[in-house]
Write a protein that binds this ligand. Sequence first.
Ligand SMILES: NC(=O)c1ccc[n+]([C@@H]2O[C@H](COP(=O)([O-])OP(=O)(O)OC[C@H]3O[C@@H](n4cnc5c(N)ncnc54)[C@H](OP(=O)(O)O)[C@@H]3O)[C@@H](O)[C@H]2O)c1
Length: 359
Amino acid sequence: MNPTGSTPNAAESLNAGRCCDEHCHTTKQETTLAPGGTPAREPERARRNRRWVVPDYGGPEAMTFAEEPLPEPGPGEVRVRVVAAGVGYPDVLIREGIPVYGSHADYICVPDWWLVPVPAGLDPAEAAIVVFNYVTAYQMLHRTACARKGERLLVHGAGGGVGTAVLELGRLAGLELYGTGSREHREVISALGARPIDYTKEDFVTRVRELTGDGVDVALDGIGGKVALRSYRALRRGGRLVMFGHYGTLVQGRKSTRAIALFYLSGALTFAGNVLPNRKSVRAFRVAKLRDRKPEWFREDAASLFQLLMERKIKPIVAERIPLVEARRAHENLGRGGVTGKQVLICDEEAPVRTGATR
Ligand SMILES: NC(=O)c1ccc[n+]([C@@H]2O[C@H](COP(=O)([O-])OP(=O)(O)OC[C@H]3O[C@@H](n4cnc5c(N)ncnc54)[C@H](OP(=O)(O)O)[C@@H]3O)[C@@H](O)[C@H]2O)c1
């Protein structure tokens, strides 16, 4: 909520229509493509827009629920009704005042070229996870790291939203998988076909070397900071490190100035590894940036992943379906840690949603 009553900017709002980015993929796709391509029904109460905003940065208590007139699309934009939307670390970063983008709202306006078709009959919560986490995982594996069958892959946060997607897709691609996570995630990491490494108790570089001899071919690092420097060390000669997250800028779900300074310093040192003569490479990945540069890849990859979802070759883990009005609880859960898979906000509680076991 903007105290002046004007249009909120990215820093103030969890759902400013004009600034949505990664999560808008989710939003627009879920809503654009109502089952069978029919226009989504407009529930009476949703003729106003409910959304979460952040008047002052801070913890989950800084989130304020607002009800406003529907946002009006600008030129080249469409207004999308949100059925379900994932909640993840980018949302926590916005809340803490770190500039990335996200959205928690009934309606959002996005550029029309962002829309992609969602096949009829899918669970909106699973479709939301596919669009954000699985496209991220798929593009890191196949567009950026170009992982090949039989290669070794290490992913951090392997029990989380992106991590579980990486493991499912890595298994389908025939990779040898290693995943870091806390003890609580050991079981799910093993069930997804990876060797779990408890980063709270073990040095993951030492453990990777014990298990592999000379290291991994690909490391996917959504933590950053000192972890990124060590991920580089876990690579074998010719290995590829993909850095894709800011998780390391937060301490127990809250922004830490010291952690941010360390994050950028360590990041710069890690990228300097590109000039060393060991044929290791370091690249950064952002799903929104790649979508803007290569929209045809985004459409192609989303379509392939929806096909896998329909064939049940991938089974996104819905940690919990949380009504939009309870979004603050989703943030509290993220701060505590131990969330397996992805929490999903359900905006239209009357939308057809499969319930029960999510795997
Ligand atoms: N670049 C992009 O396009 C893009 C797209 C999506 C997400 N992201 C970023 O990717 C990161 C992960 O997102 P997510 O949605 O998967 O988050 P998530 O579901 O909260 O999972 C993150 C996991 O990281 C684990 N973790 C925390 N500290 C760790 C450490 N030091 N070593 C290893 N694991 C650690 C936690 O596991 P435990 O609970 O087991 O401790 C948690 O499950 C975030 O930084 C997010 O911003 C980037």
